[in-house]
Write a protein that binds this ligand. Structure first.
Ligand code: NDP
Length: 291
């Protein structure tokens, strides 16, 4: 019988902890501030940016939303980032991905002050994660996955973990966290060139799926009793749905869930954690700015 990991409930728990930290910071005269930069009109990005800014307001955080037109130049975006780097009221900076094609996203990420890089994508923070230096910022989605495993009581220490996907946003940092002294798992990272993927996955006590392909992980790939974290968010056409589509994960939930000891649903699993960890990173940035 599988335990459904309630990402919304865990995210609320994280945010309740954040509220305590926010109050402490405010008592010390500091209101944590997050700046979100949106370049262009991508509808999904607009939704993500809107929900981040709304969450800041709900929690009493200072926030700035900076919107640049779709034809903004690299220099325009860099000028905004530089201004935010110098703004003492801003502790966290996030440039919403993906920017329009004329923008060199890597260069933008490198321009963000690593002490304000609450997405954890700057090379300094990637290095700190690799070095297990706790002063760094861990990318929000994998940090959220680790917290979900912990809250669900999934033992990572000594476990065989298979991470499917090797992106810098999810797969690689997830593997680093699982193999760190915090996770102590034995980790395999699978990707599009992996041979015998089903066999590799069947070894896993923990599977983290971050592929971007709807319902890719099927029951035959999952060992009885495994814990499954589904990072995927995919739109599939559904004429019976109001919006004409529904969201599914990278895991074929209905057939996989009965085999699992624990599993995250989509939606309501990893998704809500990402924003909670962003707020948590912003608070950490504000705390570290006082040291
Ligand atoms: P990327 O496209 O950057 O990475 C996908 C990874 O999957 C790549 O490493 C790729 O391998 C691998 N892959 C692709 N096809 C296969 C295959 N057939 N077999 C094995 N591996 C394969 O995606 P992201 O990491 O950015 O995102 C992954 C998913 O997570 C998406 O659905 C995204 O929407 C979702 N997501 C959800 C978030 C949340 O808040 N819940 C946050 C971020 C992402 P290769 O490297 O060889 O190409």
């Amino acid at each position: 019988m599988s335990k459904i990991i309630d990402g919304k409930a865990v995210a609320e728990k994280v945010l309740a902890e954040c509220l305590e930290d926010i109050q402490e910071l405010k008592n010390a005269g500091v209101t944590p501030g997050l700046a979100v930069v949106l370049v262009g009109e991508d509808p999904a990005s607009k939704v993500y940016v809107g929900s981040k800014v709304r969450k800041c307001a709900e929690l009493g955080l200072h926030s700035r939303k900076i919107e640049l037109p779709v034809d903004a130049s690299q220099e325009d975006v860099l000028a905004v980032v530089n201004e935010l780097n110098d703004d003492p009221l801003i502790h966290g900076i996030l440039v919403q991905s993906p920017p329009p094609p004329q923008i060199d996203e890597d260069a933008i990420v490198r321009a963000i002050d690593p002490a304000k890089d609450v997405d954890g994508f700057h090379p300094v923070n990637v290095a700190k994660l690799t070095l297990e230096d706790a002063s760094g910022f861990v990318p929000c989605t994998p940090a959220g996955c680790m917290r979900l495993l912990k809250e669900a009581g999934v033992e990572t220490s000594g476990a065989e973990a298979v991470v499917i996907g090797r992106s810098m946003i999810v797969g690689k940092p997830m593997a680093l966290l699982l193999m760190s002294k915090q996770g102590n798992a034995t980790v395999t990272v699978a990707h599009s060139r992996t041979k015998e993927l089903a066999e590799v996955c069947r070894r896993a006590d923990i599977i983290v799926a971050a592929i971007g392909m709807p319902e890719f992980v099927t029951a035959d790939m999952v060992k009885e009793g495994a814990a499954v974290i589904d990072v995927g968010i995919n739109r599939v056409d559904d004429s019976s749905a109001k919006r004409g589509y529904r969201l599914v994960g990278d895991v074929a939930y209905d057939e996989v869930a009965p085999k699992c000891s624990a599993i995250t649903p989509v939606p309501g699993g990893v998704g809500p954690m990402t924003i909670a960890m962003l707020i948590s990173n912003t608070i950490k940035a504000a705390q570290q700015s006082m040291a």
